[in-house]
Design a protein around this ligand. Structure first.
Ligand SMILES: [Zn+2]
Length: 379
């Protein structure tokens, strides 16, 4: 489906214009086999650690009065900016504390911390729900929020008084989505769960999911046939994309289509307004055929954003060990994307090894930085 030029984000229109000009001047056609430029060559792990990067999916919880410098020190060391995503609407008091914390960090470290707001769902169904949710969004935008998070509680937890689950394509969310689009912001959607969520523990493809759903049985779809299923969640999200073609949406966790790059490719082809983050789902790239994954990343290099779901302050471990854990994730991902080394991935299963993809520098710059700037204007 080719969208109207006017429906495309401004940056994409500009890109197409440049491509069109190149074609008009015959530049594209005379370089049928473009020479390998430095941009297309490899990038070392050391170089990747140094270039500016954005982790578009991270969470800051309160870790006390001390430690902020240490935390920001880690971001500086790896030259990362965090998009701190505030959740969850069904715990409004906690969400408000997270929003206040995000505002504080963004003010103190604007070069290192951007943030995404969310809204109250504890008052769902009250006559003033819409008004108060819109007010929270407006306040967040005034404080520099670049996006709004919609979490899996929509579709899996929140119910109407008649007992029906509230799905993401419920028209009561339209005024919020319209406001996000009109304000030039981005919707972040974590809708549904990994496909594994609806399988018994012993059929799941990666140990990481097996452990998460063993520890969080309340979210394990397989145990809750009353909760709308995997494809119902995906359809609701797709329906929102179709209904709001001018809204930019970043689907969390590979858009919950982590189990098959072909399924994800179908949505990226169908909805030009969709990009996805890779947060906590890189292991799902790693269990698939690596040639296929590499082809997929090269083809959709403008629609994939690096993210981790790293958090600080949440697990109540000491800050030092939380920061070490974040660093471990970063280093392992550098190796996977930039080198062809063999890497051990215990989250898949003990002794599981995968070879790095050795992506060219131009693509690394896109997934680690340039795509974030395009999909989250103002970040
Ligand atoms: Zn998250």
């Amino acid at each position: 489906m080719e969208p109207n030029q006017s429906e495309l984000p401004r940056w994409e229109r500009a890109g197409r214009l440049v491509a069109g000009m190149l074609l008009a001047f015959g530049l594209a056609s005379c370089s049928r086999q473009p020479a390998m430029s430095a941009e297309d060559g490899p990038m070392s792990v050391e170089e990747l650690e140094k270039i500016p990067k954005i982790d578009v999916h991270a969470h800051i919880s309160d870790f006390g009065d001390t430690g902020a410098e240490q935390f920001i020190g880690l971001l500086k060391k790896h030259n990362f900016k965090w998009l701190d995503i505030c959740v969850v609407g069904t715990e409004w008091e906690r969400l408000q504390r997270k929003i206040a914390l995000a505002e504080k960090f963004h003010k103190a470290y604007p070069q290192r911390i951007a943030w995404a707001t969310s809204f109250n769902l504890t008052n769902w169904g009250n006559p003033d729900w819409e008004k108060s949710a819109l007010a929270t969004l407006e306040q967040g935008f005034a404080e520099g929020a670049v996006a709004v998070k919609f979490w899996k509680e929509i579709g899996m937890v929140v119910k109407d008084p008649n007992g029906h689950y509230v799905m993401f394509d419920d028209s009561r969310f339209d005024p919020l989505l319209d406001l996000i689009q009109k304000s030039g912001k981005t919707a972040i959607a974590h809708i549904g769960e990994p496909y594994n969520c609806w399988l018994p523990l012993d059929s799941m493809t990666v140990d990481g999911d097996r452990h998460y759903f063993r520890d969080h049985p309340q979210y394990h779809g397989y145990l809750h046939p009353e909760v709308p299923g995997y494809w119902q969640q995906i359809e609701a999200r797709d329906h929102v994309l179709a209904k709001h073609p001018r809204l930019r949406m970043v689907g969390c966790h590979l858009g919950s289509l982590e189990f098959d790059v072909d399924e994800l490719a179908k949505r990226l082809d169908r909805y030009p307004n969709l990009a996805v983050d890779m947060a906590a789902r890189i292991v799902h790239f790693q269990v698939q055929d690596q040639k296929k994954v590499s082809k997929f990343i090269i083809k959709y290099q403008d629609r994939l954003l690096y993210g981790t779901d790293n958090d600080v302050g949440e697990r109540k471990a000491d800050l030092q060990s939380e920061l070490l854990r974040c660093e471990e994730v970063y280093r392992r991902d550098y190796r996977y994307f930039a080198t062809d080394q063999e890497i051990e991935i215990p989250e898949i299963k003990a002794n599981f090894k995968v070879r790095g993809l050795a992506l060219p520098a131009s693509i690394l710059k896109k997934i680690y930085y340039e795509n974030a700037v395009k999909w989250f204007p103002g970040i």
